[in-house]
Design a binder for this molecule. Structure first.
Ligand SMILES: [Zn+2]
Length: 395
């Protein structure tokens, strides 16, 4: 174990396997320098995970009407224990005024503590501009869906204030292409999702500035036309940043591997899409007005249906499950030297989503001192995880 006193530590860089000395001050990384010595027994150091889709965590539901300071603190602490220090607080389809009211309340709540501001780095607004078609809408209520307007996009920007916004919408909705242009002009990232858009419509959305696709393989019906469906239309493109839920449930392991073979490696990111049951045990949890059952298998279902509604995935488990699904392919992706076997999967849940949202996250001077120190077992699985946020070790 490397020295960890004060505001410096020695560990192996997760990408290269080289021993480095990391120095931080006032919550920011100041120096990363090579440290002599072989360091094979040293732990790994990697940037903390960044999750762009979190609906709730550790018993806290972000769609509840009254989320207290203690509730938000519990969700953040649960995410810290899962390797994630920064996330986009995700709100999904409901009456537009209600959704904006919720956003205003979270924006006010976030100012109550520096730790909240550090953790909630922005917002993911998933809906209400989605496809209401059965299967494509998933667990989103069709009656609250609507077409986007330029005014709605401007209202969203005003409510959220400055800072990252990820907006998931279906480009086939009336007015969506103009709305994408406006959202991008106002500094938002636009991701397509819960959509059955044609190839031509997807092309128009990309030309208007959409750069992502939300949880590919989900937000679509279980049975699809074998000749032409939303999966094929997206897999044919290579220009969108595609998010996947790597819990071995939302995307089957063969499809997960196939997607990795077809898309450029840096265009895939992972999100948990976690709901309140994540980071807790099996049981019944709320997601807004929905009551959801989390089984022993961590599957989250609308009771009485096979519909998934969010996941119970802890981000760090997402990395390990991605590695388990990808096997040798992900180990071969190690960028340089003798990095950690999970380095490429780790990047898809940290540096890549952060870069897409314009957040600094690499292990380099000037980035936030948000990192994980990891001891692995012989087989490469994670044995211990320590997490630093803003230069402070979390509980
Ligand atoms: Zn969704």
């Amino acid at each position: 174990m490397g020295a960890m006193k004060g505001s410096a530590l020695v560990a192996r860089d997760y990408r290269t396997g080289r021993r480095v000395r990391l120095v931080w001050r006032a919550g920011v990384i100041r120096e990363v320098t090579p440290e002599p010595g072989a360091g094979r027994g040293d732990p790994w150091v990697a940037p903390a995970l960044v999750d762009l889709q979190v609906n709730g965590f550790a018993g806290t539901d972000f769609r509840a009407d009254s989320v207290s300071e203690a509730d938000l603190a519990r969700a953040i602490a649960g995410l810290h224990r899962s390797g994630c220090t920064r996330f986009l607080l995700t709100l999904f389809t409901e009456d537009w005024k209600t959704l904006l009211g919720r956003l205003r309340r979270f924006r006010a709540l976030r100012k109550h503590a520096p730790s909240f501001l550090r953790a909630v780095v922005g917002w993911h607004i998933e809906g209400p501009f989605l496809s209401a078609a059965p299967g494509f809408r998933g667990a989103h209520p069709a009656e609250a869906m609507r077409d986007p307007s330029l005014e709605a996009i401007r209202e969203l920007r005003r409510c959220a204030g400055p800072g990252p916004i990820l907006l998931t919408l279906a480009p086939e909705r009336r007015g969506a292409i103009a709305a994408i242009r406006e959202a991008v002009a106002l500094g938002m990232r636009v991701s397509l999702g819960h959509t059955d858009a044609s190839a031509a419509c997807l092309e128009a959305a990309a030309a208007a500035g959409a750069t992502g696709f939300t949880h590919l393989g989900n937000g679509c019906p279980p049975a699809l036309d074998r000749h032409d469906n939303i999966l094929w239309r997206i897999l044919e493109r290579t220009d969108l940043t595609v998010s996947l839920i790597p819990d071995q449930v939302h995307v089957s392991p063969p499809l997960f591997r196939i997607i990795h073979r077809l898309l450029p490696p840096d265009r895939i990111i992972y999100v948990s899409d976690a709901m309140a049951g994540a980071g807790s045990g099996p049981g019944v949890y709320r997601l807004g007005s929905l009551e959801l059952a989390v089984g022993r298998d961590q599957r989250v279902r609308l009771p009485g249906t096979q519909l998934y509604a969010g996941s119970a995935l802890r981000p760090v488990d997402g990395v390990e499950r991605a590695v388990a699904m990808l096997g040798d392919a992900v180990r071969a992706e190690r960028r340089a030297g003798d990095g950690a076997p999970w380095a490429a999967a780790w990047d898809r849940f940290s540096t890549l989503p952060a870069a897409w949202m314009g957040l600094p996250s690499t292990l380099s001077p000037g980035a936030p001192a948000d990192f994980c120190v990891i001891q692995t077992n012989r087989d490469g699985t994670i044995r211990t995880l320590q997490v630093w946020s803003g230069g402070q070790e979390t509980e």
